[in-house]
Design a protein around this ligand. Structure first.
Ligand code: AHR
Length: 385
């Protein structure tokens, strides 16, 4: 496995900054349990309340009560702590999550939920933005209005957060950006912790170059298809750029096509089916996450073709979730480039530093590796996501 270290790149000022939901259903996790705010204004509890809160009332919200749920001021339960000015000594943190599109995403959500518990000293407002930036911007606005003390933002796309970040900064709410990057000026948020997506793309291409060389195929014409992640997401942009940077120096690599699979299994399946209809000779498929790879493998098998270490089509994937490892062990995927979702503890550490007025690193990369199918069975038992 190739190991990379968490790299602290810059130092940022402490205590500064930052930021602040829409279309489809909105998932809000309060200390009293999850609630889904439906597009049509109706609501439903999910039954996913924290075990420790089992004796507390579940959230019961209406459309106009989104704010009430998020700030714990739901008129139906006066015993809930008020937002911002809560007297319990707990830190009020809002997390605007991308969605629930992939196994990786669920692992990242779990990392945050496990970290920002009441036991650990937090009131945690969670919004699942369902891959919709409008929803995410509304969530951020709501957090600001509710007076949360810190905002965690996993940006769906790179652009379009400047205005809301300015509002958060004016309200003295530090914003910690996680996972994906944004194009906004760094002065508008406290810091960022996530993955080096360009490095991941390069790692994938370098693995492929070594693989082809080891198999005496370095001088062959290699037809490569990419199933992209979501449009505008820095995870997709970085992986594409990184891979293409290395690919351009490889003589016989033909980058035939790249279409978005939206980081989902269904998307990966649909794009792969279209590729199989269109292209006769496919040597490599680069799937920008595990879920897309699972869909692509399904489409390849349905078409009567083979893939993985003993098959005709090389499958490269990203994330390295447990399910990704299982697919490598099953012989479906050749290599999985890790994207580490366990960001919760790092973010908590940053918040604690900011609380003490300490400086924090402006950019922190997660530790990640590259795992080939041959080592998957040995490594799987040590994987935690
Ligand atoms: O931003 C991280 C990417 O988003 C992960 O690779 C993918 O699985 C997720 O949906």
């Amino acid at each position: 496995m190739i190991k990379k270290k968490i790299v602290a790149v810059f130092l940022a000022l402490a205590g500064m900054v930052a930021a602040g939901c829409g279309n489809s259903d909105l998932m809000v996790l309060t200390p009293y349990g999850d609630a889904v705010i439906k597009e049509d204004g109706t609501s439903a509890g999910t039954g996913a309340a924290h075990a420790s809160d089992a004796d507390k009332p579940s959230a019961d919200v209406s459309d106009s009560a989104a704010a009430d749920v998020a700030d714990g001021a739901n008129g139906q339960d006066a015993s809930k702590p008020a937002a911002g000015g809560d007297t319990s000594g707990l830190l009020h943190v809002g997390f605007a999550q991308v969605g629930a599109e992939s196994g990786w995403r669920l692992a990242q959500t779990q990392s945050m939920k496990d970290t920002f518990t009441e036991e650990n000293g937090y009131i945690f407002d969670f919004v699942d933005c369902n891959n919709n930036q409008k929803t995410q911007l509304q969530a951020l606005e709501q957090f600001i209005e509710n007076g949360v003390q810190y905002i965690i933002l996993d940006p769906i796309v790179e652009d379009g957060y400047d205005e809301v970040l300015k509002k958060a900064k004016d309200a003295n709410i530090p914003v910690i950006v996680v996972d994906r990057k944004i194009s906004a000026d760094a002065s508008l948020y406290a810091c960022w912790v996530g993955s080096d997506f360009s490095r991941e793309g390069k790692d994938a291409a370098e693995w492929l170059a070594a693989f082809l060389s080891e198999n005496q195929r370095a001088s062959e014409e290699i037809n490569i298809l990419t199933i992209l992640g979501s449009d505008g997401a820095s995870a997709a942009i970085g992986r594409t750029n990184g891979f293409e940077e290395i690919a351009q120096n490889q003589g016989g690599w033909n980058l035939l096509d790249k279409q978005t699979g939206d980081f989902t299994k269904d998307g990966g399946y649909a794009v792969m089916k279209a590729y199989l209809d269109k292209y006769d000779k496919i040597d490599v498929v680069v799937c920008q996450n595990d879920d897309e790879a699972f869909g692509a493998v399904e489409a390849i098998k349905e078409a009567g073709k083979t893939c993985g270490p003993d098959g005709d089509i090389v499958i490269i994937s990203f994330d390295a979730t447990r399910a990704g490892f299982e697919a490598m062990i099953a012989g479906d995927i050749n290599v999985d480039v890790e994207c580490n979702p366990l960001e919760g503890p790092f973010v908590a550490e940053l918040i604690q530093k900011l609380e003490k007025g300490e400086t924090v690193e402006a950019i922190q990369y997660m530790e990640e590796g590259v795992f080939a199918a041959e080592e998957a069975a040995a490594v799987l038992p040590s994987r935690v996501y």
